[in-house]
Design a protein around this ligand. Structure first.
Ligand code: SF4
Length: 257
């Protein structure tokens, strides 16, 4: 089957017929280590035409510079100096000043180092975010203030089933498999199914609301702009709001109630 699909053999047949003007009767590959011949019938005209078409297409793409390199287990090959993946490694390029005076290896290392700093900062950010959320929850606050910035915290309602709770309800009834990985639309169908125990359906509906955390930070200046535009009113909730002090940009937190 592999021999039938082998493009190399098809190309050899094309080359032989074109060069020697003789029809090819059989195609044979030799396994050199064991000197074993593996033969098959010659390709028909349709297969040869297909191969001709492929050769012309690849040649045209190379001419047009559209021959994309595809990395594989044999990389780097003997043509690494022409390959976009390896060319810069095997043949150092002439300096081109698009890196604003920075050597390319320096730029690469700098980029990777920045990426790892971002990762580290994201982890710190997450940690401090959790601390602030805990503080807001413990103190019953929706907003906390720094020297120049404020952070608004509020619990949002998100519609959807809570997977853990629904699983707890369905598993004892042997129904969990029917909504495995919690397909929300299938769960809705199941609740209306006659097969479901009478009290499980209403219980699933009860856990329809899921809580998640919304967390946003803005500078005082942005808060002033948002308030002017009437946007802040949309984020300030409950009895917590901002009072602007006259024309100055100072924000004065004021809690009513
Ligand atoms: S080194 Fe480049 S050209 Fe050579 S096989 Fe790999 S990707 Fe293709």
């Amino acid at each position: 089957d592999d021999l039938e699909k082998n493009l190399q053999l098809t190309l050899y047949q094309l080359a032989a017929e074109q060069t020697w003007h003789l029809p090819v009767e059989r195609l044979t590959l030799y396994h050199l280590r064991s000197n074993t011949p593996c033969s098959c019938a010659a390709r028909d005209e349709a297969r040869l035409e297909e191969a001709r078409h492929l050769v012309l297409e690849v040649a045209q793409n190379i001419t047009d510079g559209k021959f994309l390199a595809t990395e594989n287990q044999y990389c780097p090959c003997d043509f690494a100096e022409y390959c976009p993946y390896y060319r810069q490694k095997v043949t150092p390029l002439e300096e081109v000043d698009i890196l604003r005076g920075m050597a390319v290896d320096e730029a690469v290392e700098h980029y990777v180092s920045l990426q790892s700093q971002i990762k580290e900062l994201e982890s710190q950010l997450d940690e401090i975010k959790q601390m602030i959320i805990s503080f807001c929850q413990a103190e019953g606050l929706n907003r906390v203030y720094g020297r120049e910035h404020a952070i608004t915290y509020r619990l949002m309602d998100k519609t959807g089933f809570s997977e853990d709770e629904v699983r707890g309800l369905l598993e004892p009834e042997g129904l969990w498999q029917r909504v495995l990985s919690l397909d929300q639309s299938r769960l809705k169908q199941l609740i209306t199914d006659e097969a479901i125990a009478k009290d499980v359906g209403p219980e699933c509906t009860r856990v329809w609301t899921v809580e998640y955390h919304s967390f946003s930070s803005v500078s005082y200046r942005q808060l002033v702009e948002m308030t002017k535009d009437g946007i802040a009113g949309a984020v300030v909730q409950g009895n917590h709001f901002f009072r602007l002090n006259g024309s100055s940009a100072r924000v004065n937190p004021h809690v009513t109630g």
